[in-house]
Write a protein that binds this ligand. Structure first.
Ligand code: SF4
Ligand code: SF4
Length: 186
């Protein structure tokens, strides 16, 4: 076989190999999901970290957050603010939390999803939720308040069957009322 015939054979083999790759790729199931079609989205992993949200204590019907300000001091972008108040449920012996959050705001447009607020919270009060679609036209359109953060939190708690990492320390129900005392449900 001369050189020309060998070259032609090589080109043909390369062509066939390329064709096989193309056919395989055409028939393969797509690994991408069409956005924003809800029924075609990929499931998020439980450990997925989107925007922070506040946890709700369903046994006592109040937030886990005491408004202690630790996360606010540690947030690198200073996008959080909060105030605390005396907890009325504590004075009625219905909660172990002496202080409770009064107001809480996060400008999620400035949040960099670092998770430091979650790491430093001693009260199991804040988690990185699965909420990640918050596009807005206004510069400060993603400044969210306590109610929104708690509703994001409830959605996250329901989705991942969330439990506090230190229940003995951080659940608010007084001793003897932990089980069955729940007023809320997920
Ligand atoms: S989320 Fe945690 S660290 Fe932040 S104010 Fe509430 S209790 Fe304190
Ligand atoms: S995730 Fe990071 S940037 Fe966002 S609120 Fe928490 S500490 Fe601040």
């Amino acid at each position: 076989m001369n050189d020309q015939a060998t070259n032609r054979k090589g080109i043909l083999i390369g062509f066939i190999q390329g064709l096989i790759v193309t056919i395989r790729s055409t028939l393969r199931r797509p690994v991408t999901a069409e956005y924003p079609s809800p029924d075609k989205r990929l499931d998020l992993a439980d450990r997925y970290m989107a925007f922070p949200a506040l946890m709700w204590d369903f046994e006592v019907s109040e937030p886990y957050c005491t408004g202690c300000m630790v996360c606010i001091r540690e947030c690198p972008t200073q996008c959080m603010s909060a105030t605390m108040k005396d907890n009325p449920l504590y004075s009625e012996s219905r909660s172990r939390r002496r202080k409770i959050v009064d107001e809480f705001q996060i400008n999620l447009g400035r949040c960099i999803l670092c998770g430091i607020c979650v790491d430093v919270c001693n009260f199991d009060a804040i988690e990185m939720s699965h909420e990640h679609e918050l596009s807005k036209y206004e510069r400060n359109g993603n400044r969210v308040d306590l109610g929104t953060l708690l509703s994001m939190g409830r959605e996250y708690q329901r989705k991942v069957s969330w439990e506090p990492s230190q229940p003995e320390k951080n659940k608010g129900a007084p001793a003897g009322e932990e089980s069955g005392a729940g007023k809320d449900t997920l």
